[in-house]
Unconditional design. Structure first.
Length: 348
């Protein structure tokens, strides 16, 4: 069914297609059997994964950025996702960058985006999450507002953490988006430690206050880091005590694309996602796993548009995987194929 819908969706601007797709998903949620027609299917019990003290119904999740404001968590959980990551959310609503800010590269099965943390603010998302169906694992991806100086980034993260704490299962710190000026400077060791240690201390206090275990914190990193920078990231993870990493975000590289260079240049700046980032993302996952043994968690994301691509990340050391661009090109049937391949791999 999705293959029939895709030409229509691709005839629209990417953002218009995004809104139409989710409108159709919400309608399909109300019609018995409609979600199955688009290829979606909940993962079976044999696909469940236990990490970070949580039981994920399946190994494949939705990467942050697609359901920023937690508007479609219930519907998405019914088409094959084992978990949904919302955000990136900021303390105060912000419009993001000017349009157009999202571009397709069909020849490369890729996207370029410079959305700029557009979201309706953390408070509005919290109210929606209070109403979600039980049993859905939700991650809260948090960041700083564009106008907040890097020196005060910890304050924005704490505000988001505090608001989301009752309604999400884990947190993700996003300092790796290339679309907020200066944000990636926070991946440097000293400022990164300040944010992560601060959040760990705050999270431990909240957990003690509510007589519960601390909620896991993950760090999302860029694929453009050198091995030396990755070594610093490993050191930061161990020193701060966070649960692990999400590898990787989008890339600023434009190398080896099939799309004509003039077209790519006309699209302008932004993060590239999809098939072109697959190899580097997997390399980063493998490099990190060699230096961060379990129980440190690694979620692999980047260029996953097939079951083979997903299993490549798993075999490189990822505990879970996430999709975004691959879902746009393949539709919900991709999730079913990944879940099936994972169960088969696990039984070998």
């Amino acid at each position: 069914m999705y293959k029939l819908l895709r030409p229509l969706l691709f005839s629209l601007s990417p953002e218009s297609a995004h809104h139409l797709t989710f409108s159709m998903l919400e309608v399909a949620k109300l019609l018995p059997g409609a979600l199955a027609l688009v290829g979606g299917k909940r993962p079976g019990k044999s696909a469940a994964v236990e990490v970070m003290g949580l039981t994920f119904p399946g190994p494949v999740g939705l990467a942050a950025g697609m359901d920023k404001d937690a508007r479609h968590v219930d519907a998405l959980s019914r088409i094959g996702f084992g978990f949904i990551e919302i955000g990136t959310l900021t303390p105060v609503a912000q419009p993001g960058n000017e349009r157009p800010r999202l571009f397709r590269l069909p020849a490369d099965r890729a996207l370029i985006n410079r959305m700029g943390f557009n979201n309706g603010g953390v408070a509005a998302a919290v109210e929606r999450l209070k109403k979600r169906a039980p049993g859905i694992i939700v991650g809260g991806n948090i960041g700083k507002n564009k106008n907040t100086p890097n020196e005060q980034a910890i304050d924005d993260h704490v505000k988001c953490f505090d608001a989301l704490h009752p309604v999400v299962d884990y947190f993700v710190v996003n300092v790796s988006s290339p679309n907020t000026p200066g944000l990636r400077a926070l991946q440097e060791k000293e400022p990164l430690l300040k944010i992560l240690v601060g959040l760990m201390e705050f999270g431990n206090k909240l957990a003690t206050h509510h007589s519960q275990l601390p909620k896991p914190i993950l760090l999302k990193i860029a694929p453009d880091l050198t091995n030396e920078q990755l070594d610093d990231i490993v050191s930061v993870v161990k020193e701060s005590g966070i649960a692990g990493l999400i590898a990787t975000n989008t890339t600023i590289s434009r190398e080896d694309l099939r799309t004509p260079k003039t077209e790519v240049e006309a699209m302008g700046s932004g993060g590239l996602s999809g098939t072109p980032v697959r190899q580097r993302s997997t390399e980063v996952v493998r490099y990190l796993r060699d230096r961060l043994p379990k129980p440190f968690v690694i979620i692999g994301v980047g260029g996953i548009d097939s079951a083979e691509a997903a299993m490549e990340k798993i075999e490189a050391g990822a505990d879970l995987v996430q999709v975004y661009t691959g879902l746009i090109y393949e539709g919900p049937a991709l999730l079913k194929r990944i879940n099936r391949a994972f169960v088969k791999w696990r039984s070998l």
